[in-house]
Design a protein around this ligand. Structure first.
Ligand code: SF4
Ligand code: SF4
Length: 371
C-alpha cells in the first residue's frame, strides 16, 4: 500500500472521531499526580500537594468522558507519573477506549519489568527528562543523587524494546555549556532530544524557578550555539506548527485543541496556563469546554492581543498565554519573558542579516546594490 495513503487513512479515522468540527479537543493532558521523587531546581510545580489525589475510579471515569467527547490523544504526566500505583490500570483503560497516549516521566521507576509492561501498552512515545550528559550535572539539577543513572537505565531498557523515546531537556545556566554533550548522548542512543530554555514561574507564585533562567548574555550565546536567527521563525518551528500565519505564531492551541486535567480534577487550558475553568468533580467536560471561560479563551484572536500587531519583535516571538496569565493575571497581555527572548532573537537576526549583506557586498559588489 502507498505509505501516504495509509497515513491519510489514519488521519481520516482520527478526524472522524471528532464530534463537533474544530471546537472539540483532540488532546487531553492528565496530570495524575503532583508528587515527585525528584527535586528539580527549576520545576514550576513547586513540589506542593494541592488537595488530595483522586482515586483511580475518578480517572477511569474521566477517560470515558474524554473518549466520549471525541479526544483521541492523551498525555499521562505528573509530578512523576509512575508514582501512581494505578497508572497501568488508567493507561489500559485509555487503550481500551481507543485513545493514543504517551507518558511524560523522569524514568527513574522504569526497570526491566516495567519496560516490558510499557511495551505491551503501546504508548505512542515515552518522553524522558534529562538535564545533563552525566550524573554530576543532571543530579545537581534534580537534587537526587543517582537519578541520572536511573533515567539512563530506563532509556536503554525502553530503546531495547523499540519503544519510541524522546528526550526533553530544560536549558538553564547550570547546564547551558553541556547542550552539545546532551545532543551527542541522544545521537549516540539514536534518539531525538528537544531543548527548551523557557523556565516558568511556580504555579503557586514562587519566583524561585526564575532564578534558573539564563540572563541575556547566556541566552544569546545559547541562540548562537544553536544557530538561531537565520530565517524568521525557523528555529521556533518545533514549538508552533505553522509559523507563517500570524495567528498561529502568537496563539497556541491551548483551550482550542487541548486541555489539561489537574491532579485534583480541575480543567485548565494547559499545564502552564493554570487558569481553572471548572472541576470535573461537579461538572461535565462538555459543560466546562463549552462554558463561558473556555469559549472566551477559544475565541481569542490575534487582534485581541494587546500590543502584538504593532510589536517590533513579533517576527521572533512565540508568545505563551499561560506565561502571560502567570505574570499578570491577564492571558491577553504580553509576557515580559516572551518580549525579552524575542528581542534577543530579533537583535541576533538583524546582526546576521547585516553581516550577510556585508559579505555579499564584498563578494558581489556592483550596480543595483543599494545597501
Ligand atoms: S513580544 Fe509581546 S507584544 Fe510582541 S509579539 Fe510577543 S507577545 Fe506580542
Ligand atoms: S499556554 Fe503556553 S505552554 Fe500552554 S500551550 Fe500555549 S504556548 Fe504552550
Amino acid at each position: 500500500m502507498d505509505a501516504n495513503k495509509e497515513e491519510f487513512s489514519v488521519i481520516d479515522h482520527m478526524e472522524s472521531r471528532r464530534k463537533d468540527g474544530e471546537h472539540n479537543p483532540l488532546t487531553a493532558t492528565f496530570e495524575l499526580t503532583q508528587k515527585c521523587n525528584l527535586r528539580c531546581c527549576h520545576c514550576y510545580l513547586e513540589h506542593r500537594q494541592e488537595g488530595s489525589e483522586l482515586p483511580a475510579s475518578r480517572w477511569l471515569a474521566f477517560i470515558d468522558e474524554v473518549a466520549d467527547f471525541g479526544a483521541y490523544f492523551a498525555s499521562f504526566t505528573g509530578g512523576e507519573v509512575f508514582l501512581r500505583p494505578d497508572l497501568l490500570e488508567i493507561a489500559r483503560c485509555a487503550l481500551k477506549r481507543g485513545i493514543f497516549f504517551q507518558f511524560q516521566t523522569n524514568g527513574t521507576y522504569i526497570d526491566a519489568e516495567m519496560a516490558a509492561v510499557i511495551q505491551d501498552l503501546q504508548p505512542t512515545k515515552v518522553e524522558i527528562s534529562i538535564y545533563g550528559p552525566n550524573g554530576a550535572i543532571h543530579d545537581r539539577i534534580t537534587g537526587i543523587r543517582g537519578s541520572f543513572d536511573k533515567s539512563m537505565r530506563a532509556i536503554e531498557l525502553l530503546r531495547k524494546r523499540n519503544i519510541n523515546v524522546i528526550l526533553k531537556a530544560s536549558v538553564m545556566p547550570e547546564n547551558k555549556n553541556h547542550v552539545q554533550a546532551m545532543r551527542k548522548l541522544a545521537d549516540d542512543a539514536g534518539l531525538w532530544i528537544m531543548f527548551d530554555a523557557n523556565i516558568m514561574p511556580g504555579v503557586f507564585g514562587s519566583e524561585k524557578p526564575l532564578t534558573y533562567r539564563m540572563n541575556n548574555d547566556e541566552y544569546r550565546d545559547y541562540m548562537i550555539a544553536e544557530n538561531w536567527g537565520n530565517a524568521p521563525g525557523k528555529e521556533l518551528q518545533h514549538i508552533r506548527d505553522d509559523i507563517s500565519r500570524p495567528d498561529r505564531r502568537v496563539l497556541c492551541t491551548a483551550a482550542k485543541k487541548r486541555f489539561t486535567i489537574t491532579a485534583i480534577g480541575e480543567i485548565i487550558p494547559c499545564p502552564i496556563w493554570r487558569q481553572s475553568c471548572g472541576s470535573l468533580l461537579d461538572q461535565s467536560l462538555a459543560s466546562i469546554w463549552y462554558g463561558e471561560k473556555m469559549t472566551e479563551m477559544r475565541k481569542l484572536k490575534f487582534e485581541d492581543l494587546k500590543n502584538c500587531a504593532s510589536c517590533k519583535t513579533y517576527e521572533s516571538c512565540t508568545r505563551c498565554a499561560g506565561l502571560a496569565f502567570l505574570e499578570s493575571g491577564d492571558y491577553r497581555s504580553c509576557p515580559q519573558e516572551s518580549l525579552r527572548v524575542s528581542s534577543l532573537l530579533n537583535q541576533l537576526r538583524a546582526e546576521k542579516q547585516k553581516s550577510s549583506n556585508n559579505d555579499s557586498d564584498i563578494s558581489s559588489p556592483g550596480p543595483g546594490h543599494d545597501e
